[in-house]
Write a protein of this length. Structure first.
Length: 173
């Protein structure tokens, strides 16, 4: 299934307008300003790009570790917020968490920030327009979450994630 089938045309048009955004504008869209901009850069760097850079004897770190961290932090924030909102059983928490962290939701949030145009990709991924694929957008958002956590720690990261979900009317109760 193509990425555009997930999203209303209005969101796609808005995302196309975001392609010329600066890093500062992306930070504004994210609702978080990085003290260490290198964390954001790493979160936006796919493994294929990093490997190509290393082949040219240039230092480059990819987003993979940040994706793993971001996935864990996202799960923690969602469970924390569900419990805070009165969800009491393990089964219900698990069911709602799985729904909330779906690729479609994360990709939609990522797309709205215009993150796709800032993803550093290898030549093959560029040709395939991987930055338009929901799984790449979702993975990159998880990496950005990991970067926010490393830069601002848990409370700032939690506040940012909750704001994202609430601004998309994604019910956290």
């Amino acid at each position: 299934m193509f990425w555009f089938s997930y999203f209303p045309q209005k969101i796609i048009r808005e995302a196309i307008q975001l392609e010329s955004m600066t890093v500062e504008e992306i930070e504004s869209a994210l609702g978080y300003y990085f003290s260490d901009k290198s964390l954001l850069n790493r979160a936006l760097t796919r493994k294929t790009f990093a490997l190509e850079e290393k082949q040219q004897n240039r230092e480059c770190e990819d987003q993979e570790i940040f994706r793993t961290l971001g996935d864990a932090v996202l799960k923690l924030v969602l469970v924390d917020k569900l419990i805070e909102n009165g969800v009491e059983t393990r089964g219900e928490i698990t069911k709602q968490k799985i729904h909330l962290e779906r690729e479609e939701n994360l990709a939609r949030i990522s797309l709205s920030f215009g993150i796709g145009s800032f993803i550093n990709m290898g030549i093959g991924e560029k040709k395939q327009k991987a930055n338009e694929e929901p799984y790449v957008l979702a993975e990159t958002l998880e990496a950005v979450i990991g970067a926010i956590y490393l830069d601002g720690r848990y409370d700032e990261c939690r506040k940012t994630i909750i704001n994202w979900f609430e601004s998309f009317k994604i019910d956290l109760t």
